[in-house]
Design a protein around this ligand. Structure first.
Ligand code: WQD
Length: 335
């Protein structure tokens, strides 16, 4: 089977391409490098030992995207491409809505024109908003608190409407919790531009000496140690979840949302202490005020993914800490 991976040069996209190649899928990557590095393509070849096709295109460019489908018999699409920084989306809402929504419209239009009606969409636990109690279930009410999260929720609704209009579509909406870690080779990993927003890349940059110390946002939450609790999932486990979702809809139609998380709530201090222990490094930190928009606790109930996708996480918190550090220490400046 030939899979088009939009945003396939990105953090989660590249790890998913590795797992697709490992399972003998043919892969076509479309990426415009707006939040990824061309060097990733060589690293994917190095790790997998396999070839794949690559198109440097923007999904907003319908003619060039159509060319991908003319030149390749695509069986299904995994759609990662999109802007993903929460804070940036608050400052630049129109860019986020235009880029994330319009590129999805163009993609679905071109897919339909070529009779390709299987898509796995990269959604996010952020669609659960601030008012649900963890462990989070797919049936819980959805809401968002920032334009980035709203693009994810809107695209889920758009894909639901697409299925209602044509029940030949097979659509998986994968709600990620907190992806961290890196491929065990240490040759690909998370490579944020500028100051990391997310916790683990900030930790690894402190460990490698690029940042002086970690600020822990909030130590007065109603959690076991006062710091924020999240569901950290190894990016390789997350990648495999996409392949199980492809299989689920290979010979089926429908639209379903799935939580991809471990089901375990880990606090900021839990993660920092695990990282220091596993890697025998010191992470200086300071307890500071809460970050606006953060919830105290967010972790998954992933029983539906286990039952319907036959998927569950295999990697441990120690694996996540070890693999994150291996990537960062081998690539102090990223790619
Ligand atoms: C995790 C915990 C912070 C940085 C975000 C997006 C979400 C998804 C995953 C895309 C929180 C604390 C963080 C730091 C800290 N992205 N923290 N110091 O906010 O759970 O989710 O990334 O889909 O949409 O919202 O992840 O890694 O930013 O924060 O104390 O320097 O670490 O307060 O408790 P978050 P995060």
């Amino acid at each position: 089977m030939k899979i088009l991976v939009t945003g396939g040069a990105g953090y989660i996209g590249s790890h998913t391409v590795i797992e697709l190649l490992k399972e003998n899928y043919e892969v076509v990557i479309a990426d415009n490098f707006s939040n990824s590095n061309p060097k990733v393509l060589d690293r994917i070849k190095e790790i997998s030992g396999k070839e794949f096709k690559f198109y440097e295109i923007d999904l907003l460019d319908k003619d060039n995207l159509d060319k991908v489908f003319v030149e390749n018999k695509i069986d299904a699409v995994i759609h990662f491409a999109g802007y993903k920084a929460v804070g940036e989306s608050v400052a630049k809402p129109i860019e986020y809505y235009h880029n994330n929504l319009t590129s999805t419209f163009v993609l679905c239009e071109v897919m339909k024109n070529h009779g390709v009606k299987k898509i796995v969409f990269s959604s996010s636990a952020t669609v659960y908003g601030l008012n649900n109690t963890s462990p989070l279930l797919e049936t819980m009410p959805l809401s968002t608190t920032n334009p980035y999260g709203s693009t994810k929720l809107m695209i889920e609704q758009i894909l639901n409407d697409l299925y209602i209009s044509d029940d030949q579509w097979g659509i998986a909406l994968l709600r990620y919790f907190n992806p961290i870690g890196a491929h065990e080779s240490g040759r690909i990993g998370e490579n944020p531009n500028g100051i990391p927003n997310n916790l683990m890349p900030y930790i690894t940059q402190v460990a490698v000496g690029k940042r002086e110390k970690l600020s822990i946002f909030g130590s007065d939450y109603d959690t076991h140690d006062g710091t924020g609790v999240r569901d950290y999932i190894h990016v390789t486990d997350l990648a495999v979840g996409h392949i199980r979702a492809l299989e689920r809809f290979q010979d089926n139609t429908g639209v379903e949302a799935y939580n991809l998380g471990t089901g375990n709530g880990i606090s900021v201090l839990d993660l920092v202490n695990a990282f220091m222990k596993v890697n025998d490094v010191k992470i200086p930190y300071e307890l500071v005020g809460r970050r606006a928009g953060d919830v105290a606790t967010c972790y998954a109930n992933s029983e539906k993914a286990l039952k319907e996708l036959n998927w569950k996480t295999e990697k441990t918190l120690e694996d996540m800490c070890r693999d994150s550090w291996k990537w960062q220490s081998n690539n102090p400046e990223g790619y």
